[in-house]
Design a protein around this ligand. Structure first.
Ligand SMILES: NC(=O)c1ccc[n+]([C@@H]2O[C@H](COP(=O)([O-])OP(=O)(O)OC[C@H]3O[C@@H](n4cnc5c(N)ncnc54)[C@H](OP(=O)(O)O)[C@@H]3O)[C@@H](O)[C@H]2O)c1
Length: 285
């Protein structure tokens, strides 16, 4: 069986590749990336590293040749990636890939205000309409992305949020990568969906308590609306698209779209999902 990973030089892609290479014969592993030179060490371990990118469609068919199971890692160009994802799905189908594992988002439904939803929903739809079977890995928010807000809260004594009393089940990127690698090595060709989450959902109150315990001070939660929250991010120097992205994830959290907690990580990997607290203590992100 030949197993491939696209975007294999990204942080998630490399982590998934390393988990995979620990579990299967490296001769079965194809790593697809725009930057093969970044994966020279994994080529040395025996992986077949192929140069391709979704924005250069003619590179896709050769890259997917002979592949049975494919991890398709979503691009990082939010709002401008759906067409490239569709082209990648079409190329995989042309090359008779049998099963695609895709990195999606929890609840990619029309009411979910998270900015990333339309791209992921569109890609999931393209996969559903393809002749291939697929596993959607609906990864919750990466846990390490919360660390800056926790540090800021510890420094200022305030945690400003637009998430209200909503919780999010932050998950580490490495847990997501390990779970994806386990799905890749299974010989199952059924459609499947996993909500990939951390071990619990954290509200703003939980985050404030955590930051406070670390800083040895009380942190006040300051709840604001989306507009004020986005304005605060902009005035702190964040570019508009980043401010919008974070604000819309806050709204999705407030509305409950990120709160589900599942046992996907332990079920798939056999190891406990990493809690956010462990990141503060220095665990891998
Ligand atoms: N759940 C979350 O909280 C969260 C947060 C941030 C991002 N994400 C998503 O998860 C993905 C992986 O996260 P990460 O942390 O590993 O991101 P990253 O290190 O920034 O990597 C970006 C990824 O996008 C790929 N990519 C970019 N342009 C591409 C193209 N033209 N064709 C094919 N692949 C392309 C890169 O592949 P190569 O460079 O190897 O070609 C790489 O895998 C992101 O791309 C994003 O879709 C999720």
């Amino acid at each position: 069986m030949t197993i491939a990973i696209t975007g294999a030089s990204g942080v998630f892609g490399r982590a998934a590749a390393e988990h995979l290479l620990d579990r299967v014969d490296p001769g079965e592993v194809v790593l697809i990336t725009r930057r093969p030179e970044a994966l020279a060490d994994l080529a040395d371990r025996g992986a077949d590293v192929r140069r391709a990118g979704f924005s250069v469609p003619e590179t896709l068919d050769p890259a997917f040749r002979g592949v049975h199971r494919l991890l398709l890692i979503s691009m990082d160009t939010i709002g401008a990636r759906l067409e490239q994802h569709r082209a990648a799905v079409a190329a995989a189908a042309r090359q008779a890939v049998r099963h695609v594992v895709y990195t999606s988002v929890p609840e990619p439904v029309p009411g979910n205000p998270a900015l990333v939803v339309p791209d992921h929903a569109g890609t999931e739809q393209a996969l559903a309409q393809s002749p291939m079977t697929a596993t959607m890995m609906r990864n919750n928010l990466y846990a390490h992305l919360q660390l800056a807000a926790l540090e800021q809260a510890a420094a200022t004594g305030e945690l400003v949020t637009n998430a209200g009393s909503g919780g999010a089940a932050y998950v580490t990127r490495d847990d997501c990568a390990a779970a994806a690698a386990e799905v890749l090595i299974r010989e199952s060709y059924e459609d499947a969906v996993y909500d990939v989450t951390g071990p619990r959902a954290y509200t703003a109150d939980d985050l404030a308590r955590m930051a406070g315990a670390r800083a040895g001070r009380t942190i006040e939660v300051v709840s604001v609306d989306d507009e004020s929250f986005a304005a605060g991010l902009r005035s702190a120097g964040l570019p508009e698209p980043v401010a919008e992205l974070i604000t819309r994830f806050g709204a999705a959290t407030r509305e409950g779209y990120l709160a589900s907690v599942t046992s996907a990580v332990p079920d798939l990997t056999g190891r406990a999902a990493t809690p956010l607290e462990a990141l503060l203590a220095g665990s891998p992100v």
